[in-house]
Structure formats: structure tokens, C-alpha cells
Ligand binder design. Structure first.
Ligand SMILES: Cc1cc2nc3c(=O)[nH]c(=O)nc-3n(C[C@H](O)[C@H](O)[C@H](O)COP(=O)(O)OP(=O)(O)OC[C@H]3O[C@@H](n4cnc5c(N)ncnc54)[C@H](O)[C@@H]3O)c2cc1C
Ligand code: FES
Length: 385
């Protein structure tokens, strides 16, 4: 472009002025504050208001909710990440993370696929009370359960159970749509064929794309069923893969699945560093967790004094975060699985049980901070919020 044309461009004088200023005095980023804030708001918004555009029934216990923002694109995400939804149900303010099941190659909407949990507060609310047109408050996308080309092998072996299919669905869309140089084996365990979420879609994709290998595994099959049955055992995995080398393993599903599948992978000789586990909430029976103090029973109850004031009762078997929410005390939470550290509280006196694999920073340990979503009282407590 000719110099005289360039000089007529909008903002030319300001750009020259800022280049001269930067040459003389260095860059002054304070002048970019608003632009930076606008980018942050696009990429990492504090909260989003998502409109329920469409609700699609998937199985007798599961629906997909398509969530979109009005008047803006949604922040981009990596296939495998989750959003956290915020609710006020019966005056209890709470949150739940849901993995995004849709493709990351568009930013018009996020799909979440929700399975009913018996007596579950939020899953039942989403499935029974939420209608198209409703608005739900959400975080932006978060989480580290995604493919990383620097760390992971080109062949991904994914073990899913029940609603744990959701992050893998997004990864599969990504591989197929961008024709990525990656192979994915999906072992997907369910009780019956009727429980399998997106079975037809997965069958179709795997028939059409060599890179995607879909292996449903049905615990209680009908007599006519001809696929794999039982559980996802080391033998079943070995028969399909033949060789476990140069493969990265990913697991997502209910706790029983980790309890069963991790030892099966170890039997095959898969090392821990080759296995990536998605968190799926606090353990259901914490009193059976390694390291739980044997003198504390699941029926024990303690008390907590908060900020030197109110005393409330705390069941030992329930995460501190949940009991606080039940008592109308809201703590900001994202993963509710111990990973993100958003829900930290300071314990001034008394002890909590926090599973050893919760990644608490050394400085937090030193100054008594715990992740309340994965902390269970084992003595009377005094905490500061
Ligand atoms: C990163 C992440 C991603 C997730 N993605 C999805 C997703 O894509 N789809 C989805 O459906 N869920 C997903 N979940 C789980 C989801 O966040 C909720 O925990 C789930 O919907 C249950 O919430 P609730 O309020 O209905 O149950 P709660 O009221 O929290 O629990 C009620 C009772 O059920 C038990 N319970 C809780 N969860 C389960 C469970 N999964 N199985 C059996 N019993 C349980 C509790 O211990 C309690 O006794 C994800 C969780 C995490 C951490
Ligand atoms: S909410 Fe993420 S660590 Fe507790």
C-alpha cells in the first residue's frame, strides 16, 4: 500500500503517536486497559446468562439442553471442558458442573447432556422444571480434561460410563470435523442398551470415520444383543487394542467406574502417567475412601462456628461446601471435585478429612486453607470464609 494511502487510514495519527511514545518511554499498557478488559470479558467472562434454546430427550433418564447467549458469541472452549451452572432452588444457592457435549468448532451454543440422579437436587430440576426459553446463569468453560498434543499420544483410549460420555462426544466431533490426525477408541459402559446416550449417533460416526472406534459394553444385555457384554475389563480392552503402547487413556464416569477400570488398566501395565481422569464430583461413600479415619462413622455429626458467629451442624459424611449451602451460606465453586481451588475456606481450629489426591497448594496447607467441596469434618470446626 502506498504511503499517502496509509496516512489516510482511520487512527493513523494515533498509532504513529503511540509508536513514538513506546520507542521513547516503553509500552504503556494502561492505555489498553479497556481493550484488554473487553478481551477478558469475551474469553473469560465472570458469569454468562445462557438461554435454553432447545431440549432434546436422549434416553429415559437423559436430556440434552442447548444453551446460547443472547447478543454475543460464547467463549471458545477445548473439547472436554465443562461449564458450571448456578441455581437458586428452594432458596438454596448452589452450582453444578456439566461437561460440554457439543463441538468446540462453533461458539453459538454449548450443549450439556444431563442424566437424572436419584434424589439429586439439580439434575431433577434441569430435567423436570427447566423449559425452552428459560435463562440459566453459567460460568465460562473450565477444566483440564482435554487432549494436549505435547503430552498425549495420537491414539486416545477413552473409557466412559453413563453420563461420562459427554466430554468424549465433544472430542469426537472435534476429530471428525477438523479431520485431526488422531485415533479415538471409545469403550462405553452402560447397564442396558436403552441407557446408552447417543448410541445411534456414535454408531453412525464410527461407521463413517476410520479414526473413531466405538465399543459399547452392556452389563445386562437383551438375548438378541450381539455386542460386547459385562464390564470394561482388561481382557476386553486388550482384545480390541492388541497393543497398549503409544496410547493415552482417558476415563470419565461415575465413581464405581474408576474403582473398577483403574485396576483393570494397571493389570494391562498402563502407567498412571498415561491415564487422565476427569473429576466427577465428591466421592459418594467417603467413609470407604483410603485414609478415612476408622474411628469416625458416617453418622457422626460435628459443629462449625463461622466467622466467629453462627454455629451449624455438620454431618461427617457430607462435604463442608454442601452443608454450608444447605444452611444458605454460599461459597463460590466451580469443579466441586477438589481440583480448581475456588471453594477454599480457612480452618481456624478442628480437623477435616481431605482425600490425599486433592491438589491443595503447599501455601494453602501451611495457612490452613482447605477445598470445602472435598473436605469432611472429623472434629468440631471453626472456619473463616
Ligand atoms: C467436571 C464435571 C462434569 C460433569 N458433567 C456431567 C455431565 O455431562 N452430565 C451429567 O449428568 N452430570 C455431570 N456431572 C455431574 C453433575 O455435576 C451433578 O453432580 C449431577 O447432575 C448430580 O447433581 P444433583 O444435584 O442432581 O445431585 P445431588 O443433589 O448433588 O446428589 C444427590 C444424591 O445423589 C448422590 N449422587 C450425586 N451424583 C451422583 C451420581 N453421578 N451418581 C450416583 N449418585 C450420585 C449424592 O451423593 C447424593 O446422595 C459432572 C460433574 C463434574 C464434576
Ligand atoms: S469447587 Fe473446585 S476445588 Fe472446590
Amino acid at each position: 500500500m502506498k504511503q499517502e494511502v496509509i496516512e489516510k487510514l482511520d487512527g493513523y495519527d494515533e498509532i504513529i503517536e503511540s509508536i513514538e511514545y513506546a520507542r521513547k518511554d516503553g509500552s504503556d499498557f494502561s492505555t489498553e486497559k479497556e481493550k484488554v478488559a473487553a478481551y477478558i470479558e469475551i474469553l473469560h467472562p465472570g458469569r454468562l446468562n445462557l438461554h435454553v434454546k432447545k431440549i432434546v430427550p436422549e434416553t429415559h433418564t437423559t436430556k440434552t439442553l442447548r444453551l446460547a447467549a443472547q447478543g454475543r458469541d460464547l467463549p471458545p472452549f477445548q473439547a472436554g471442558q465443562y461449564i458450571t451452572l448456578y441455581f437458586d432452588i428452594n432458596k438454596i444457592k448452589t452450582s453444578r458442573p456439566y461437561s460440554i457435549s457439543s463441538s468446540p468448532n462453533q461458539t453459538e451454543y454449548y450443549d450439556i447432556t444431563v442424566r437424572r440422579v436419584e434424589n439429586g437436587l439439580v439434575s431433577n430440576f434441569l430435567l423436570d422444571d427447566i423449559k425452552e426459553g428459560d435463562v440459566i446463569e453459567s460460568s465460562g468453560p473450565f477444566g483440564t480434561f482435554h487432549y494436549n498434543p505435547i503430552i498425549h499420544d495420537k491414539t486416545m483410549v477413552c473409557l466412559a460410563g453413563g453420563s461420562g460420555i459427554t466430554p468424549f462426544m465433544s472430542m469426537i466431533h472435534d476429530i471428525v470435523e477438523r479431520d485431526l490426525d488422531r485415533n479415538l477408541y471409545l469403550f462405553y459402559g452402560n447397564k442396558t442398551l436403552d441407557d446408552v446416550i447417543m448410541h445411534d449417533q456414535l454408531t453412525r460416526i464410527s461407521n463413517q470415520h476410520n479414526r473413531i472406534n466405538y465399543i459399547p459394553v452392556i452389563e445386562n444385555p437383551a438375548d438378541s444383543y450381539t455386542g460386547k457384554t459385562g464390564f470394561i475389563t482388561s481382557k476386553l480392552i486388550k482384545d480390541e487394542l492388541v497393543d497398549i503402547n503409544k496410547k493415552s487413556f482417558f476415563i470419565c464416569g461415575p465413581q464405581a467406574m474408576y474403582n473398577f477400570c483403574l485396576p483393570e488398566l494397571h493389570k494391562l501395565g498402563v502407567s498412571e502417567k498415561k491415564i487422565r481422569k476427569e473429576m466427577y464430583g465428591a466421592p459418594l461413600n467417603i467413609w470407604e475412601y483410603p485414609g478415612w479415619p476408622p474411628q469416625i462413622t458416617k453418622d457422626d455429626v460435628f459443629t462449625v462456628k463461622i466467622n466467629g458467629g453462627i454455629d451449624i451442624e455438620l454431618p461427617a459424611c457430607r462435604p463442608l461446601l454442601e452443608t454450608l449451602e444447605q444452611n444458605r451460606i454460599t461459597i463460590h465453586a466451580l469443579c466441586r471435585s477438589g481440583e480448581c481451588s475456588m471453594c477454599r475456606v480457612k480452618v481456624l481450629s478442628g480437623k477435616v478429612f481431605q482425600p490425599a489426591d486433592v491438589p491443595v497448594r503447599a501455601s494453602d496447607r501451611q495457612f490452613g486453607y482447605v477445598h470445602s467441596c472435598m473436605s469432611y469434618p472429623i472434629e468440631n470446626l471453626e472456619i473463616m470464609l
